[in-house]
Write a protein that binds this ligand. Structure first.
Ligand code: LLP
Length: 421
């Protein structure tokens, strides 16, 4: 459930008509609903209320400071994968002891930043990284809590670009070698082994891969404890999918996911960490856009809109589907026709949807791409020198711009021409 519904014939975010935001802020623009964020975060907390837990929002899904502050104030932890994300989490007021540092290529500079600023745990992805962290922490006179990310060799049954738990993927340490790696970790200075970490992929719509992966984590935890390691935390990753099509079967709910966790690892008495991103913020955001032209093609009509692949990359990159809806509610029984909805960027890949069924459209009409709150704004670029897309947060009947659209002057000011040119 989200808070983007028609009221009085107008698509609204909570109680704000989206057309008002389009007029005041311009398009394209991302709009998020605070009530939806709050609700979705609460569902994960509720799903784990049977045990000690920390829901760490995966910052990569949406790293706007206002979004992080909202979630942080609700008690969320943060899962970060770069120095930049760490800086954002801290700037949003999240204390270091609620920040988990994941990612396959943490540099010594990023590790130092997190040790200095405070960190709940590092999720180690390789032995070289483990040795580098040990050397750094020891040189700083620090001891840092660590978990090792294990790769359980489980097929997450999702898009190949976002599956991470198979042995051919670059992530984690093969689970079969985990005991050896933990033995080394325990012997190294500067590290305190506290947990096991796993993440098998994103947009999972089936709970079976989780069952398989978490069963392996439970076995490993028992083996590690028998080896003498004090495993007190399990970080079970993120990845629970969301419905991208309104008319489709919905993926499992957080409460069902929580039950899978309980069944698999509930008897181990560990504190549970999870790292959901998309499920918290995906359906809490839409991308608003305006029709620039309706172009009659051969056998198809094109809706040329002012959003493009640089603003919302997912359709071009993954062939992803985002429902497209008009801001004015179509009359019941209104005739619809197929449009190819495209952006103005000079690539055929800049196509959001082929054959989208929409009512008659004209230049100036407004549309919304639904389910765009996760991996939307964060993956945006200035390709074709289109200024970075702005973001707005709605709460009740008011809204605020939480990232302004840069002017052309601001965009150009970041470049400099060497004096020898
Ligand atoms: N934890 C780790 C270690 C991750 O790598 C990810 C996502 C998450 C948590 C959060 O997963 P989520 O709950 O959001 O599914 N750009 C792609 C998605 C890439 C996901 C990468 N890792 C997309 O637009 O679909």
């Amino acid at each position: 459930m989200d808070h983007f519904n028609y009221q009085g014939g107008q698509l609204c975010a909570e109680d704000v008509p989206l057309s008002r935001i389009a007029v005041e802020v311009g398009t394209p623009v991302y709009v998020y609903s605070a009530a939806t964020l709050t609700r979705h975060f609460g569902l994960f907390r509720q799903a784990l209320d049977w045990t000690d837990h920390l829901v760490c929002f995966a910052v990569k899904a949406n790293s706007n400071l206002a979004v992080l502050k909202l979630l942080g104030d609700l008690g969320a932890g943060m899962d970060v994968v770069s120095g930049g994300e760490y800086a954002r989490a801290k700037a949003a007021g999240v204390p270091g002891d609620r920040i988990v540092f994941s990612g396959v290529g943490k540099t010594p500079a990023e590790m130092r930043m997190a040790i200095d600023g405070g960190i709940r745990q590092f999720n180690l992805e390789s032995e070289p990284e483990m040795r580098a962290l040990s050397a750094l922490a020891a040189s700083m006179g620090a001891t840092v809590p660590v978990a090792v990310r294990v790769n359980p060799d489980v097929d997450a049954k999702t898009h190949e670009k976002i599956a991470t738990g198979k042995s051919e993927n670059k992530f984690g340490i093969p689970i079969a070698r985990a005991r050896e790696v933990y033995a080394e970790a325990a012997a190294l200075p500067g590290l305190q082994v506290v947990g096991v970490d796993v993440h098998i992929g994103s947009q999972l719509t089936d709970l079976d891969p989780y069952r398989a992966a978490y069963a392996k984590v439970a076995d490993l935890t028992r083996a590690l404890r028998a080896d003498g390691h004090a495993i007190t935390r399990l970080d079970l990753g993120g990845g629970l999918g969301i419905p991208y099509r309104r008319d489709n079967n919905a993926p499992p709910l957080p409460i069902e996911y929580g039950q899978v966790i309980r069944d698999a690892v509930g008897d181990l008495g560990c504190e549970i960490e999870i790292e959901p991103g998309r499920n918290i913020v995906g359906n809490a955001g839409v991308l608003l856009s305006q029709v620039v032209y309706v172009k009659e093609g051969e056998g198809r009509d094109f809706l040329i809109v002012d959003a493009a692949m640089n603003d919302l990359l997912r359709p071009a990159m993954y062939g992803a589907h985002h429902d497209i809806v008009p801001l004015i509610e179509p009359a019941v029984g209104a005739t619809v026709q197929p449009f190819d909805v495209v952006g103005p960027v000079c690539e055929s890949g800049d196509t959001f949807q082929k054959g989208a069924e929409l009512p008659a459209m004209a230049a100036g009409d407004l549309i919304a791409f639904r389910s765009a709150g996760a991996y939307g704004a964060v993956m945006a670029s200035e390709y074709n020198s289109r200024p970075l897309v702005p973001e707005v947060l709605v709460s009740g009947d008011h809204f605020a711009v939480i990232r302004a659209r840069p002017t052309f002057e601001e965009m150009l000011a970041r470049d400099s021409i060497p004096e020898w040119l």
